[in-house]
Design a protein. Structure first.
Length: 643
């Protein structure tokens, strides 16, 4: 007797090609973001200037080359409604195309198929015909341009202008000017969601996106430093009610903590947990602490909007790129070297971040292609579990490696400020006992100083001290800021008074903010304002964190190497070593320590086989230990199978 078994095509593809990250397959409605979403975004390569022709060319390449590896979204990033003419830039005003209801519509010169009120309908149809899903970037609330024009508000229920309490409402009634987007002051502001008119405007936006065929919305300037929980909550409710499902993403995530994210993770499918990530080593290294914190808080793959939600580490700035805030398209290669690129891709995969490639796919080189389609990384990204930082590693450098690090620390700062040959100043929580130890040292000869407790009174070594600086402002301006900065100090590392200590929150250490953890030209800036408390702590006004002093050796030992671990769906174990230091380092982990974080695995005494992904070599497990020399800023990724 012949038995016929019918298997759906999507399920067959998933079985044959486990790299594909498709939505959950079930008898009911597909679950949103069952796996970390994967796709391509135009921002890193085109900034805001991409045209319809360039976008569709890119989408076709994504369909042909990346879709077989689970990259299914193609996303137009911000300002698709801004005319590309002289005077237009990222925060210009008056160059946007809006409809009669104050809603943003595509610039018809760059998006010719949008003419006649079609919006993105034709583009979405072409994207869908390629087997892909279409996404757009949107800003918070309502545009300043619409508020200035005082456009009426569409009531999608009646089909006419929104009326309530006997009058018609317009843009000026709902826009909250004092809540303008912090990084685009001229562009957009929040709307009052307590008003029926405010809710009607937001509803008209997202219902229009669904009518266009949009499958993915990246909502900007509502999270992190710009948190607007009311708008996020209402948009989430609107998306739940749509017949056309839309994946909901938040961006960016400067200063985000797990506690903040828990308030929104159930409302969305993706949410950024860092500032913008660009192609600098500082940006890559800044993601290690925040990913650790979110995995510890069990936020990876938590319940989200109609499915799951994923902490997002931002797009992958690999391949052919442009510059942030640029008015031109792709024109340069990524500044990350091959080892740094592998480190970034490995961390993104181990942390199960959404994988959104940002490079120009029209110039996708084989090295970049092989990296972003690496089958082991994509398997980990979609199907691994128990993903977390693994602290039980050891590292070893020779004397030359230590000298290299000391020389490097003398020329640049990681998350700290170099003060002397043996100590660095960093940031920590003010409740940490390591933050206590600052005191004022008065002197008749020198300006007043604030000194660290260590080596005070030593006859052989001077203590680490910071000098108090006088006011930066002219006398007539001091009263304006006196109340705001009463008791706050500018601090310098020398008595020359020409550069001030500046530091931002450790959640904001991306390419722009990363450099703030240093001595910079003095200015009236909250990053440079410090307050000495009675308990001996020195707190930064911007970040709320306190200054502490670390030994260089301790700094190197604690921050130089990291490791992540995860379990595979077939019982394999993935271990990643990361060398964040500027010296080649041997990193080791004992098999017996794996049970400390993977209690279900009894690995003691077992026979294990180990393969390293980047070298392709079988690695001997000697004395139940995995060990490898890892290049500067490089990574090693092991697949461990134990009998």
């Amino acid at each position: 007797m012949k038995v016929f078994v019918f298997i759906s095509i999507p399920f067959l593809i998933l079985l044959l090609n486990p790299r594909v990250s498709s939505e959950a397959l079930s008898d009911g409605e597909p679950e949103h973001a069952s796996f970390p979403p994967r796709g391509w975004n135009s921002y890193d390569s085109f900034c805001w200037t991409i045209s319809e022709k360039e976008f569709l060319q890119s989408a076709e390449i994504v369909s042909n080359r990346l879709r077989p590896h689970g990259y299914e979204y193609v996303v137009v990033d911000y300002l698709w409604y801004r005319r590309k003419v002289k005077g237009a830039y990222t925060d210009s005003l008056g160059f946007d195309v809006i409809d009669e209801w104050g809603r943003m519509i595509p610039d018809p010169d760059r998006w010719p198929s949008s003419k006649g009120g079609k919006g993105f309908t034709e583009v979405a149809k072409k994207v869908h015909s390629m087997g892909l899903k279409f996404g757009i970037h949107v800003m918070r609330g309502i545009s300043t341009q619409a508020v200035n024009a005082n456009t009426p508000i569409l009531d999608t229920i009646s089909g006419g202008a929104y009326e309530e309490s006997g009058r018609k409402w317009s843009a000026k009634d709902i826009g909250i000017k004092e809540r303008a987007c912090a990084w685009m002051q001229h562009g957009f502001m929040s709307v009052d969601t307590k008003l029926g008119a405010g809710r009607a405007f937001l509803r008209s936006l997202y219902e229009q996106y669904a009518e266009w065929g949009v499958d993915f919305v990246k909502h900007d300037c509502v999270f992190g430093d710009d948190l607007d929980i009311n708008e996020i909550s209402f948009v989430s409710e609107v998306l739940k009610q749509l017949d056309h499902p839309i994946l909901y993403s938040l961006s960016p995530g400067t200063s985000v903590t797990p506690a903040m994210a828990k308030d929104v993770s159930g409302l969305v499918n993706m949410y950024r947990i860092t500032g913008d990530d660009w192609d600098s080593w500082g940006d890559v290294i800044a993601h290690f602490d925040v990913t650790r914190d979110f995995s510890t808080a069990s936020m990876i793959g938590a319940m989200g909007l109609l499915g799951k939600s994923w902490p997002d580490l931002d797009m992958l700035p690999l391949g052919w790129l442009t510059d942030p805030g640029s008015n031109e398209g792709p024109h340069r290669r990524s500044n990350l070297n091959p080892d740094e690129q592998r480190t970034q891709m490995t961390l993104w995969s181990m942390a199960k971040s959404p994988l959104m490639f940002g490079g120009d796919v029209r110039k996708l080189d084989e090295t970049t292609y092989n990296l972003i389609t690496n089958p082991t990384l994509l398997e980990i990204n979609s199907f691994s579990s128990n993903n977390m930082e693994f602290p039980y590693i050891t590292s070893m450098r020779d004397s030359k490696g230590r000298d290299d690090i000391l020389a490097w620390l003398s020329t640049r700062s990681l998350t700290s400020v170099e003060i002397s040959d043996t100590h660095v100043l960093g940031l920590t929580g003010c409740m940490n006992s390591k933050a206590i130890g600052w005191s004022i040292q008065a002197s008749d000869q020198d300006p007043e100083k604030i000194c660290w407790k260590e080596k005070l009174g030593s006859k052989h070594q001077a203590p680490l001290c910071l000098y108090k600086r006088g006011s930066l402002l002219p006398l007539d301006e001091r009263m304006t800021y006196k109340q705001q900065y009463e008791g706050k100090l500018h601090l310098t590392a020398t008595d020359r008074m020409d550069s001030c200590l500046s530091a931002s929150s450790n959640q904001k250490l991306t390419s722009k903010e990363f450099k703030r953890g240093a001595l910079l030209p003095c200015r009236w800036d909250t990053n440079q304002m410090w307050e000495l408390n009675f308990n001996g702590t020195l707190v930064n006004s911007y970040s709320g964190l306190c200054a502490t002093v670390n030994d260089v050796e301790a700094q190197v030992s604690s921050g130089g190497t990291r490791s992540w671990i995860a379990t595979g769906r077939r019982g394999e174990i993935y271990i990643a070593f990361f060398n964040l230091s500027p010296a080649k380092t041997v990193i080791s982990a004992k098999i017996s320590d794996l049970v400390k974080v993977l209690p279900s695995k009894n690995l003691k005494g077992n026979s294990c086989k180990c393969k390293e992904v980047w070298s392709g070599k079988e690695i001997a497990v000697t004395d139940q230990t995995i060990s490898m020399a890892v290049e500067i800023h490089g990574s090693a990724l092991f697949v461990l199978n134990c009998d």
